[in-house]
Design a protein around this ligand. Sequence first.
Ligand code: 5GP
Ligand code: MN
Length: 334
Amino acid sequence: MLTKEILEKIEEANYIVFTAHKGPDGDACGSTLAMYYFFKQLNKKVDVVLPNPTPNYLRHIPGSDLVVDFETQQKKATECLEQADFIFCLDYNHPSRVGQMEEALLKATGTKMMIDHHLNPADFCDFVVSKPEISSTCQMVFDFLQAYDESKIYTPEIMKCIYTGILTDTGSFRFSSVDARTHEIAMKFKEHNFDHEIIHRQLFDDNKPNRMKLLGYCINQKMQLFLEKKIGFLSLTSEELKSFDCTKQDTEGFVNYLLSMQGIEVAVFFIEQANEIKMSLRAVGNWHVNEIVSEFYNGGGHQSAAGGHFVGEMEDLQKHFEANVFPKLETYHR
Ligand code: 5GP
Ligand code: MN
């Protein structure tokens, strides 16, 4: 993962920028900020540049207030990318995944290195480490930093960032992609006085009352089950979100409630945003839901967790899904 050539390029670099995908999640924020704190110790000038601000549920992650985001600080974010000698592309496999920031990223002349776990990496970086079998980019970042200098990993900030990404991308160590190494990293952190409980509480037990009400409404009023197909839908329109004084951020994790139900193996969550509908798919078992979104909905992702989008009305999308995906559902199960 860390060749002599990469090491030389990093050592030559004075200014390193860490980027991740739009709509950053725990793994995106955790991987970029862990790298930020690590290379800060090596006296590099460092910045984390993300397409959008860190979501509220991740506000406890160390350094979230240091992030330069392209959405609200476009000029500064563009300057960071222009000036960087080395740019890490973490937790994404394609330049389009940084949304509006794509042009500035592609124009940047610094050496680019991808560290990512999504399928089918695009060819836009000088160095690519792509391991779709690994459950989180944070786990790959741990391996990378360990090869670089393990003695600088075990700070409270870096452990918190890496653990956040591991926890959020593995459903708290439950998905099939968790391997011995995932637990070994947790073990090493515990050997360095790491407090795991507070992170679980900050991430999962910090709900606003309105979010809980929205979840109740969504399940009670908006759930559609197709039990003979083992598939379920949840959906929310912008108006419904607004009426609960919630934003898309507040719906993080809703899709998983469908999967917690008897007989459901594929969960689809549709959420209206600006002028399109964003969809999130999750599955248990041998489903390849990334193929559904790449075939029909301009999306992609992992075998069991993928996303895509559709321009049109909610009703039309659901009809489209039922008409086009349902008849060939079995082809995605193998
Ligand atoms: P989520 O449903 O949480 O937004 O995304 C689940 C997974 O699918 C993530 O790993 C994410 O990277 C991927 N994903 C989500 N939306 C898109 C999309 O529009 N295009 C692609 N290529 N991947 C997506
Ligand atoms: Mn990830």
